[in-house]
Design a protein around this ligand. Structure first.
Ligand SMILES: Cc1cc2nc3c(=O)[nH]c(=O)nc-3n(C[C@H](O)[C@H](O)[C@H](O)COP(=O)(O)OP(=O)(O)OC[C@H]3O[C@@H](n4cnc5c(N)ncnc54)[C@H](O)[C@@H]3O)c2cc1C
Length: 385
């Protein structure tokens, strides 16, 4: 389908696909097995000027937005959904600075992210506060020109590898949801430490760790926006980053479809290639319809967000939910089409199925997304009355 991409967007797409084919695909299984962090691929992305595509030109980026991030994430995820996450999760950690940072904060942090010198991460989740982010216990206590951070964030993507962390902490517990604030915390600040690397089902090339704050003195200049804005920063960030998760899902799903089409023509049973059988043809057709529909929804959503439109939470949640449910369905079908071979690690599709699962869980589970969508529908309906 022709999505009428600009020349620059097409160039990003082609370059990222080339990196996925030549650099990521050949090493994806190795990283999946070892669980090591893909620094060599991060270096390739930095050298190819990919890291800054969604960062304003003024701060060393290419000046794109959610659309460019989505295009790149899909193509890199076609190569490996875990490796691509070093890049995509940096986007998640960077959006709060782009959206709420002042000029000094942007000038200090964005150029190194744009050049690929530093990775970023976003930290809100805690052991007892997942979907119910309002239950976070990490505190930030004002002390003169600093805030003192204490607490432990759980399952932070790029944890331990990133230099820059956007952290949501409570500055005033008594105020409930209005008592949270967002901070930029540097890895090098005394008192920042990390838990062990988690051993995961999928996206194993991505680092997931606890990030622990013990009396970390964060300068007041690192507060994003103002005190009390923490959850708004988080929710607006998710509005901008969820199409990225959706693109990761579509990249994985597209790869599963490509592998399935190829295998169906090669594998022969009953004297025919299995692509001859209508049962397989219909599965391939349904997979293709879902992948294309998901991509179309993401692009429409990304363009809407980049245009500065209001009321984007619902559509952003829709693209994340539809694309991730699609990825789970399509990758499971791919395993089915490859039969017993699909179940074996020698073939890439079982990894695709494992990698797809997380897209239904993080940045808000798909149950939570459906609640966001329903809230948006009800709000829209009430506004028309
Ligand atoms: C690999 C990985 C990477 C991650 N990366 C990050 C990161 O970089 N930064 C970060 O801050 N967090 C990160 N997370 C955390 C992630 O966002 C949370 O896991 C997710 O939001 C769900 O929280 P939970 O796991 O505590 O599940 P819970 O909230 O305990 O939910 C358990 C189940 O109950 C359902 N449920 C909960 N509440 C409701 C409700 N109201 N209605 C219906 N169903 C409900 C959920 O949908 C889910 O099915 C990561 C997690 C993983 C696994």
């Amino acid at each position: 389908m022709d999505y009428l991409l600009s020349e620059e967007q097409q160039m990003i797409k082609d370059l990222c696909r080339q990196i996925a084919v030549e650099k990521i695909k050949p090493v994806a299984a190795e990283y999946d097995e070892s669980g090591e962090f893909p620094w060599d691929i991060v270096k390739v992305l930095a050298e190819s000027d990919i890291c800054g595509i969604y960062i304003p030109e003024k701060y060393g980026g290419m000046g794109g937005g959610v659309m460019e991030l989505a295009i790149a994430t899909e193509e890199l995820s076609w190569g490996c959904g875990g490796i691509s996450l070093a890049f995509a999760a940096t986007g998640l950690g960077t959006f709060p600075i782009i959206l709420y940072g002042n000029d000094e904060q942007k000038a200090k942090y964005l150029p190194d992210i744009a050049s690929g010198k530093k990775l970023a991460a976003f930290a809100i989740t805690e052991a007892e506060a997942g979907s119910d982010a309002g239950g976070i216990k990490t505190t930030a206590k004002k002390d003169g020109d600093h805030y003192i951070l204490n607490g432990t964030k759980q399952w932070i993507t790029n944890g331990g590898e990133a230099e820059i962390y956007t952290v949501i902490a409570m500055t005033n517990k008594a105020k409930g949801a209005r008592g949270a604030s967002a901070f930029i915390v540097e890895k090098s600040m005394p008192g920042v430490s990390f838990g062990k690397k988690e051993n995961k089902l999928g996206i194993r090339g991505s680092a997931t760790r606890e990030v622990i704050f013990t009396d970390v003195r964060v300068p007041k200049e690192n507060l994003l926006g103002r005190e009390g804005l923490g959850f708004i920063v988080a929710m607006k960030t998710f509005d901008h980053s969820r199409p990225g998760v959706a693109s990761q899902a579509v990249g994985i799903a597209q790869r599963a479809l490509d592998e399935s089409v190829q295998y169906a023509q090669e594998r022969r049973q009953f004297g025919h290639a299995i692509s001859f059988f209508q049962g397989i043809q219909f599965m391939l057709a349904d997979m293709a319809i879902q992948v294309e529909a998901a991509r179309a929804l993401i692009y429409a959503t990304a363009r809407m967000i980049d245009s500065g439109a209001k009321g984007i939470s619902g559509v952003s949640a829709m693209s994340k939910t539809f694309a991730s449910d699609t990825a789970m369905k399509v990758t499971t079908d791919a395993v089915q089409i490859l039969g017993g071979y699909g179940y074996m690690k020698e073939y890439p599709v079982e990894k695709l199925m494992r990698d797809a699962k997380i897209t239904q869980i993080y940045e808000g589970t798909n149950q939570i997304q459906r609640s966001v969508i329903a809230a948006y529908l009800i709000k829209e309906s009430l506004s028309k009355k």
